[in-house]
Design a binder for this molecule. Structure first.
Ligand code: GLV
Ligand code: GLV
Length: 326
């Protein structure tokens, strides 16, 4: 059987890795941090396939260094780390892992909503430090999540999964997106708003759009200024959808109540990032899809996409079907 040469840019869960190793002549990067660009370029020189993470930037120059490359299988639903137009030009298929991580990511978005509104992390630190003297009428007053108005930016798979959770909390659901989704409006009782109206009305704003040229810095100083002083912003999508400097300023000046972040403009954030000094923000290290079950499903899906593409089949999760028309 043919053994295609492939490079896997990090150790992924065993079930997926095994599939790759059984079907391909694969080299797996063993370090905990991504292969540096020069090394990545070197490693994929003779490869027909590469299994990448969102921390690998794959642009035209990288692709040019791998003339045999036919498939880039991204171990993530988001694929803003890959220049898809450049891949299509070169006849390279790009795949992602949608669907399998929807519910897990929605769980994390909800965890951030609750943690930020009820000041969970701050209160935990306080308890551990031994600062707790007595039950206090004014101790760690947060904001109610139940019954609040939730503004969802991007009512795709993940946005809808968050809306289903919000229904259980008796929340009013507003959404903004490029397209109206009338079925979801009926099923979830979600009401469409333009972005500015959503920001003005919502108590909690949660972001679920991919990062594209259109969504880059979609939430900046102006948008933050429209939010209520009691409002919360949660981002589990991509950091650059929010202008992080503007968000820092809004949090520092307490122009909004708080923020819950899983994603940043630059990941990891620096040890001395000013956000770290603030109490009204919950900071997570991009763990939206990080459950044992989901990461295993993502690994299998990424492996299957890679192998299908190498076999000359159409992978299940091809993001650039236009590549087939070349
Ligand atoms: C994670 O952020 C993903 O896109 O899968
Ligand atoms: C991603 O899975 C989305 O469409 O929300």
């Amino acid at each position: 059987m043919a053994k295609w040469k492939v490079f896997v840019t990090r150790i992924i869960p065993e079930a997926g890795l095994r599939l790759v190793l059984e079907n391909c002549d694969a080299e797996v990067w063993q370090e905990e941090t991504p292969p540096p660009r020069e090394i990545l370029i070197e490693k994929i020189r003779d490869c027909e396939g590469v299994l990448t993470l969102l921390s690998d930037r794959i642009d035209g120059e990288v692709m040019d260094s791998a003339p045999k490359l036919r498939v880039i299988s991204n171990y993530a639903v988001g694929y803003d780390n890959i220049d898809v137009a450049e891949a299509t030009k070169r006849g390279i298929m790009v795949t992602n892992t949608p669907g399998v991580l929807t519910e897990t990511t929605a769980d994390l978005a909800f965890a951030l909503i609750l943690a930020t509104a009820r000041r969970i992390v701050e209160a935990d630190k306080y308890t551990r430090k031994g600062l707790w003297k007595t039950w206090g009428p004014m101790l760690f007053l947060g904001r109610d999540v139940h019954g609040a108005t939730l503004g969802i930016i991007g009512l795709g798979r993940i946005g809808q999964a968050v809306a289903r959770r919000a229904k259980g909390f008796n929340m009013r659901i507003l959404y903004y997106g490029l397209r109206r989704n009338e079925e979801a409006e009926r099923e979830l009782g979600a009401e469409f708003r333009n972005l500015h109206s959503l920001l003005r009305e919502a108590d909690i704003v949660t972001i679920h759009t991919p990062l594209t040229e259109e969504t880059y810095h979609m939430i900046g100083e102006k948008e933050l200024s429209l939010m209520k002083p009691t409002a919360i912003l949660v981002n589990t999508a991509r950091g650059a959808v929010v202008d992080q400097k503007a968000l820092y300023k809004a949090l520092k000046e307490k122009r909004i109540f708080g923020a819950g972040l899983d994603v940043y403009e630059k990941e990891p954030i620096d040890k001395d990032d000013p956000l770290i000094e603030l109490d009204n923000v919950v900071l997570l290290p991009h763990i939206g899809s990080a459950s044992v079950e989901t990461r295993t499903r993502m690994a299998i899906m990424a492996a299957e996409n890679l192998i299908a593409g190498l076999r000359g089949e159409i992978p299940q999760n091809l993001v650039n079907p236009e590549v087939l028309e070349r």
